[in-house]
Design a protein around this ligand. Structure first.
Ligand SMILES: [Mg+2]
Length: 211
């Protein structure tokens, strides 16, 4: 294993930090105030776009002519430091990993940089791959995984994907990557290792030692 791909949101920090709640509000207000969707349709449409496309933005692009760059700027305009603080334990754990480390996220580079900054991890990742990598198609679509592997110039079999969303690990496993789920146990054969916190990654790597 020579490369570890880390998801960002709810993987490098706990969902308990409720950062998503801030983005949630921004998404709802974008749909109503900018895209002009009646308030009483917002929740239902979000649910349906999420189910059909993996992210709300795809539905807004396809059905409401929303400009993805405008959307990304708007929904990530949140006060990240109000929810996140430096995580020295995670920093130490990441530094202990000899592999190449990158971020692979369905958010934006700008949001990722703010999050990494707030967590005190800015200097620990070689590259941030965001939702733009494959024409705004999100994980778990295979396209962004393929694009990231191309960019890294590495084989899926040499990579490990670290994620809080099980569906995104299914695609990673289909490519042949190793998979680590951060969060509650999820019984599925595409999850190689489950951990509670990303800081447990050095221990998780024992699964591949000798492989
Ligand atoms: Mg996530």
């Amino acid at each position: 294993m020579n490369c570890i791909l880390f998801d960002l949101d709810n993987t490098l920090y706990s969902p308990d930090r409720q950062l998503f709640a801030l983005m949630d509000k921004r998404i709802n207000s974008y749909m109503h105030e900018v895209a002009g969707i009646p308030l009483d349709q917002v929740d239902e449409l979000r649910r349906s776009y999420w189910q059909r496309y993996g992210v709300t933005m795809q539905g807004l692009m396809r059905h409401h002519q929303v400009d993805p760059e405008d959307y990304l700027r708007y929904v990530h305009d949140i006060d990240v430091p109000s929810r996140l603080a430096p995580d020295p334990l995670l920093r130490q754990a990441l530094q202990a990993l000899p592999q190449r480390r990158v971020v692979f996220t369905n958010s934006s580079v700008c949001h990722s940089e703010r999050v990494l900054q707030a967590l005190g991890l800015s200097d620990l990742f070689e590259k941030i791959y965001d939702i733009r990598i494959a024409g705004y198609l999100p994980k778990p679509y295979p396209d962004p995984y393929r694009a990231v592997l191309d960019h890294l110039g590495t084989e899926a079999g040499d990579c490990i994907m670290v994620e809080d969303t099980p569906e995104n690990l299914l695609t990673a496993k289909q490519f042949g990557m190793g998979t680590v789920l951060v969060g509650p146990p999820h019984a599925a054969d595409f999850v190689d290792v489950q951990i509670d916190h990303a800081a447990q990654m050095p221990e998780a790597m024992a699964f591949w030692s000798g492989a």
